[in-house]
Every structure is written in structure tokens, then in C-alpha cells.
Design a protein around this ligand. Sequence first.
Ligand code: NAD
Ligand code: UDP
Length: 346
Amino acid sequence: MTLPIQKTLPHRTVLVAGGAGFIGSHLCDSLLQQGHHVTCVDNLSTGSMRNIRPLLNHPQFRFLEHDVRDPLFIEGRLDRIYNLACPASPQHYQKDPPSTMTTCVVGAFNLLELARQKSARILQASTSEVYGDPEVHPQPEIYVGHVNPIGPRACYDEGKRAAESLMFDYRRTHGVEIKVARIFNTYGPRMLRNDGRVVSNFIVQALQGSPITIYGTGTQTRSFCFVDDLVRGLELLMESPSAVTGPCNLGNPHEMTIESIAREILSHTASRSPLRFEPLPQDDPKRRKPSIEIAQQLLGWQPCVTLKDGLQATIAYFALEIATAPPLPAASENRSGSRRAPTLVR
Ligand code: NAD
Ligand code: UDP
């Protein structure tokens, strides 16, 4: 469902950090389809080789297992860097909070250094979590947020906020060309079955006939964007004029309660799974909906995949996964992301 964009662009050399993850692997697909050369850098902590296996024989694709907390040196031309390297599911990013924080901050620092050396443009995958549990609704980019700096989500929220600060510091100090995308809840094929986020949890539970785990009363809201729409937005932001730095919200403004997304998924899967209400995690945001005026005006972007189409594509993916893929380890058993010496890539 990815729309062709910017077909007239010159072919670029692009690094996608976090490229073996859910969003990153779709981005790698799309960039290769447009004729670019892609280096995917990932430590495979929440990403998977399965997401990029079909790309491994592509002549313009290479994979580098590397932790962005370690410096990265690349020989030759580099035009664009997308920094998506970071666990995104609350379950995953809260498993090892110092690692999440350092991935956000040291990872951004290392990639900014690379951008500076290469005179490359860099796009930071930031998040709606920089708004915390927002007191302003919907959330415009000028809202400075309401984050608990000492809570369990802080390793991610504050890490991403610090990464945004670093981006703007490198622009002011070193003239690096930056783009900051604030991504709102995104879903689609290639989320992990044990990802822990709401859409993948509910779909897997519905398909397996197990209880749908609603945290809290289910009245909290989110706004769900299909991954193809999001990838198109990231690419448009990356190729926007230099003066456009963001932050720019990218998300689908169609807001819904968690109970209503559960019911939607039950209806699309024809599942009879019961709803099971469980405790609400600490600091869980009560309402979230992006204001996308900046993306609409500056990028001409808005989501176009309907919830029905996006859910059907995602349900089809998970149905096949459940039928064919080997069992996954529990979320807590995923690789922690081994670190090695600095990598020099030729
Ligand atoms: P994901 O967990 O599927 O992908 C993250 C990727 O980064 C994985 O492949 C993982 O192995 C890799 N990674 C993690 N730490 C790393 C490290 N130290 N060094 C190298 N690689 C590392 O998550 P996603 O949903 O695809 O999210 C991608 C990016 O988008 C993240 O930065 C996330 O914060 C941001 N984002 C996503 C959402 C969403 O709803 N999916 C919302 C807001 C922001
Ligand atoms: N949630 C839920 N059941 C689940 C997983 C998540 O009710 O099995 C809720 C969660 O408490 C939050 C919302 O769904 O209110 C979105 O959670 P997710 O982890 O997907 O992303 P978040 O927006 O919180 O980062």
C-alpha cells in the first residue's frame, strides 16, 4: 500500500538506524523501491532479521549489526541518516531503562557526529511521548508537554526529548541539517507478536481466542496510523526544504478509545475473545491525538489508509505469522542488544 513518492529524486546513499525493526524495515523497502542505496544498522534487540531477509540479496542493500551507542564510521558518501534505533513498545523500553535512555541520547549523538562528518541530513524519529500525559488536546508541536521525569516511562520520554535537544544543538552549533518527526501510535505488519503494544496484542489475542487485555477502563484514547502512511510522511519530511526542521507531528488524527479499538479488532477477526480488564500502567497517557496542520501545510501530507484497510492488512499478517512462524520468546527474553567495538564500514 506504499504510495510512490518523489520519483524524480536523485538516488541517495541512506543509512537507516533501527532498519530491522517494524517501521525501519518498511522504510528500507520503500527507499530501495525508489532506487536509493540503503545501509541498515541495527543491534537486533527488538528488530528481527526476518523483517529484512528478503532485502539481503538486493545489490543496493547492506546490513550492519551494530549498536548505535557505539560510534559508527562509514567510508564514502552518505547523504541521509534516519535514526529509528530505539525500542518503541513500553514493555520493551521499560525492560532495561538505562539502555533505553543511552540508546536515545548516545545513539543520537553518535549519528549526529556521523551526519556532521558526512554533511548528511539526519532525521530523528521522535515521539508523541515527548508530550507525556498531555494537558492540551489535540497536541500541537508548540506544546512543551507534561512528562513525569522520574516515572517508568521517563527513560523513553526524556531520552527522546534529550535527543530532540541534541538535534537542534547540532544545527545551531555545527549547521547540521536536521529533521525531527514526532511519531504517534503506528501499527501494521511486522510488529512483533510479543511486541506488547495494543494493536498487535489485541489482534494476536483475538486470533488465538484468548482474552483481550484492556488496561484500565479502556476509556483512554490513542490515534492509530498505518505504517505505509507514516513511512511516506518520514520520507517527505526528510526531503523537505532545509529550513523545515520540525518538530513535525506525524500521525492519524482519528482518535478512539482503547475499548473501541478492541471491539473493532474483534469484529474484523470475527473473534469471540472476552474483554479482560487489567490494571492501568503508571503514567499511561489518558488522551492522545496529533494536530497535523504543520505536516499538511509544509509536506502536503496526511494519512490516507483507513482503519479498516490498515487493520485488515495487519490481521492478515498476524494470521500468517501465527500459522507459519516458529514460536517467539516471551518479550522479556528478547536479545538485550550486544555491544561491540566501534565499527568502521567501507
Ligand atoms: P521497533 O522496536 O520495531 O524498532 C526499533 C529498532 O531499533 C529495532 O530493530 C531495534 O533492534 C533497533 N534498536 C534498538 N536499540 C538499538 C541500538 N542501541 N542500536 C541499534 N539498533 C537498535 O520499533 P518501531 O515501532 O519500528 O519504532 C521505530 C522508531 O520510531 C523508534 O525510534 C520509536 O521510538 C519511534 N516511534 C515509533 C512509534 C510507533 O508507534 N511505532 C511511535 C513513536 C515513535
Ligand atoms: N493497552 C491495553 N492493552 C494492551 C496493551 C496496551 O489496554 O494489551 C493500552 C495501554 O495501556 C495504552 C494504550 O493501550 O493506554 C496504548 O498502549 P501502547 O503500549 O500500544 O502504546 P502507548 O501509546 O502507551 O505508548
